[in-house]
Ligand binder design. Structure first.
Ligand code: CAA
Length: 393
């Protein structure tokens, strides 16, 4: 019995900043942002959105009435947790009205957490084939105003329903993984923003990819030409390309061109969103599946996940017969196109807003489906202002 991703959706806030405007404002050449780093727009959230609203909004697009009874676990991969103790998954479980006899918890290892959650889900479904696991990767990639990583910032969530006999992508048992205790990117408990060694993070990402890819090749015998596409964790869109290019000499020119073309399809959404940390690999996968005109059922996709600190993994998925019918291409593209552009001044003001702390209260209104409407006694209260359109049957 094959296990994998049955449904797949993302959610981003309805505001964005244009990277040419940011570059001009920061005194940088816009070409550095668009070409050197590879980012065109940055998704931006209001203060009444957090990883819970993003995750609930992504998941509510794929969870059906029947699913609410069949989901046994809600797992959230994140590195933007809002509480040191209580898991965001518990609140999302409540907001989505999942049946009560379920496990709900959070997984953390930088951007790798979503992949850990996905594989945990797969192992569970293997032994409980009539049940489902909801996996959510939800994050707010924030480096700070005028910081080195500012141009790579982004916000959003990806939701995946993991089932037996999935309708989109089966996931193989062929993972190779790697753990190395390094400090390339980390966020001490006291700090709102991460501490980043940019050059070290870039080189560790590439070396980690080479290690898990070469190890995978040794164990499985699969070579670059055996893959129809590779999908990468995308901290910024130039990064995955550098990793891919670092191994392309293992294949001929025709395959190099083909894999680079698929890579461009996998970064279309990320160019307009920015980094989603745990969700980035899966936003890239959605972009690849929804934008490629050449992929078809049975195709083999390689996925590379990287979490600073550092843990990485390479694994394989196969596209299922008729997978195209279960994508949400139109609604995802509508969501990207319907966003409102903000000025740099508006971005700086919105980015700097904070929820009340130390028991203070505040109330909010919103036009985003799930949002925070009140904070009181250090509790965030959520409600669904509007329905996420029912995109699925
Ligand atoms: N026109 C075109 N290109 C230009 C240019 C111009 N005018 N000016 C500069 N560039 C190019 C540079 O040549 C460079 O390209 P290469 O890397 O191909 O040489 C690129 O633009 C970036 O230039 P710099 O290296 O000078 O940029 P920077 O010092 O501002 O740092 C960064 C870039 C390291 C990515 C920084 O944005 C950062 O720290 N980002 C956050 C960390 C990160 O994303 N690391 C990735 C791996 S870690 C990970 O994957 C986990 C995670 O999600 C965070």
């Amino acid at each position: 019995m094959k296990i994998g991703i049955d449904r797949l959706s993302f959610f981003i806030p309805n505001l964005y900043l244009d990277m040419t405007e940011l570059a001009n404002h920061r005194g940088d050449d816009p070409a550095k942002y668009h070409i050197g780093i590879g980012q065109d727009q940055m998704a931006l959230n209001r203060v009444s959105e957090d990883i819970i609203t993003l995750g609930a909004n992504a998941a509510s697009r794929i969870v059906t009435e029947q699913d609410r009874e069949l989901i046994d676990m809600v797992i959230v991969g994140t590195e933007s947790g809002i509480d040191h103790s209580k898991a965001s998954a518990v609140i999302i479980h409540h907001l989505l009205k999942v049946q009560p006899f379920a496990r709900s918890f959070e997984v953390k290892e930088a951007c790798y957490g979503g992949t850990a959650a996905l594989h945990m889900a797969k192992e569970y479904v293997k032994n409980h084939q009539d049940r489902k696991v909801l996996v959510i990767a939800s994050d707010m990639a924030r480096y700070g105003l005028a910081s080195g990583g500012e141009v790579t910032q982004g916000v959003g969530a990806v939701a995946m329903m993991v089932t037996a006999d999935p309708r989109i992508l089966t996931i193989e048992d062929d993972s190779t993984f790697l753990t190395e205790d390094i400090y390339d990117f980390w966020r001490p408990d006291y700090s709102e923003f991460p501490i980043v060694d940019g050059p070290l993070s870039n080189s560790t990402y590439i070396e980690s990819f080479q290690k898990v890819w070469n190890h995978h090749k040794e164990l499985t015998g699969l070579k670059l030409e055996d893959y129809d596409a590779l999908s990468f964790h995308i901290p910024y869109t130039k990064m995955g390309k550098k990793a891919l290019q670092s191994v392309l000499d293992q294949t001929d020119e025709e395959n190099q061109t083909r894999l680079l073309e698929r890579y461009e399809e996998s970064i279309r959404y990320s160019r307009r969103v920015g980094n989603l940390y745990t969700g980035s690999l899966y936003l890239g996968l959605i972009s690849l599946l929804e934008n490629s005109q050449t992929l078809s059922s049975g195709d083999r996709i390689g996925l590379f996940s990287y979490g600073s600190g550092a843990v990485s993994e390479f694994f394989t998925g196969y596209l299922v017969e008729g997978y195209q019918e279960f994508l949400m291409t139109e609604s995802h593209q509508e969501m990207l196109d319907a966003r409102k552009q903000v000025t740099v001044a508006e971005y700086e003001a919105i980015f700097s807003e904070k929820l009340p702390e130390n028991g203070e209260s505040a109330e909010y209104t919103s036009d985003v489906p799930f949002s925070i409407y009140k904070v009181e006694n250090d509790i965030r209260y959520y409600k669904q202002y509007t329905q996420n359109l029912a995109f699925i049957s």
